[in-house]
Ligand binder design. Sequence first.
Ligand code: GDD
Ligand code: MN
Length: 381
Amino acid sequence: AVSAPAPVPGRRGEPDGAVAEPGAVTIVVPTFNESGNVRRLLRQITDAVPARLPCEVVFVDDSTDDTPDVIRQAAQDCPFPVTVLHRAEPVGGLGGAVVEGLRAAGSEWIVVMDGDCQHPPALVPELVATGERSNAGLVVASRYLKGGSRAGLAGSYRVAVSRTATWLTKSLFPGRLHGISDPMSGFFAIRRSAVTAERLKPLGYKILLELAVRGRPGRVAEVPFVFQERFAGASKSSAREGFRFLRHLAGLRTSSPVARMVAFGLIGATGFLPNLAGLWALTALGLHYVPAEILANQLGVAWNFLLIEQLLFRDRRAHRRWWDRAGRFALLANADLVLRIPLIALLVGRFGMGALPATALALVTTFALRFLGTEALVYLP
Ligand code: GDD
Ligand code: MN
């Protein structure tokens, strides 16, 4: 019901009388242990926003410290409603928190911004005004437009990582990210009608990317901004978050069956590595090469299974237990091996094909069957 045009009365956590008017903005702020920042952020919002645009602020909090209490304290000095949604079970990390905030937001426009004062609230009215003026569904605050900068991105290492990630992401989604110079930004405005929460599968930091690629928000506009220094505390980003980002990218890129089949083939090809390594080790131990290869092949199967679970079928694992999925996948992989030789013999003997084209055809056929079998028998209920 997030896309309903009117504010939903009595929605969860709503303070008394906080029904936002049309043309108003809900500011959604994800927070994880930001007790040193939230008071300053609320003061900045108070100075910059309500005089130009009616607003409410919704914090979606996964903190383990006293951030919610600090927010409630500071909210007493605010001339606008402030809500804290504390999640007992944080799923999806930063992105999951933002989607929760999008669901709870009552206004026509929603602005998402960080809680550590790196995003200047003075830009909030401008983001909304730009969206209204250009009739856009999404307005991105970009560090890469003329007049914007990444001043607050500490260190050349983070700048290099950020630049590489942006380049990789833009090349993976040239169409959907057309006109978005900064798909990694965490600062943007989105129209309520452009929020398709039920379609989203947020995973970690890059929620704008999720909204732009999977959410299909319609027309997009951009406004430059200067990424400030973090005020207090440290970034919650980590190497683990980096891996999450790569999984997120893989999930977005393989949402169509054709893309998934290509990725399935590429992952399958990487299985040669553990397979060969296993064969080498087992024959070095003195095993005959036939049983050695049968065993080593299982190593490649296990490797492929781990990769497709993480990269391709992350959100389709709930139908079966892991050992059930692993068993079915291994069965399919070995059936592939057992089937291939008789199939080649059939194509050569019955249909008079040459050995090479027959092998090629058999490889393609068993690959397609294995892919379809994995889709239908391992990852469907
Ligand atoms: N609720 C919740 N749950 N909030 C979180 C979580 C979480 O698991 N992880 C981080 N946050 C909150 C932080 O408390 C902060 O308010 C905001 O999300 C951004 O987190 P930072 O840890 O400060 O991120 P950053 O500064 O490294 O990254 C920011 O800039 C990047 C561009 O360089 C974010 O805006 C990224 O989305 C952006 O890509
Ligand atoms: Mn930050």
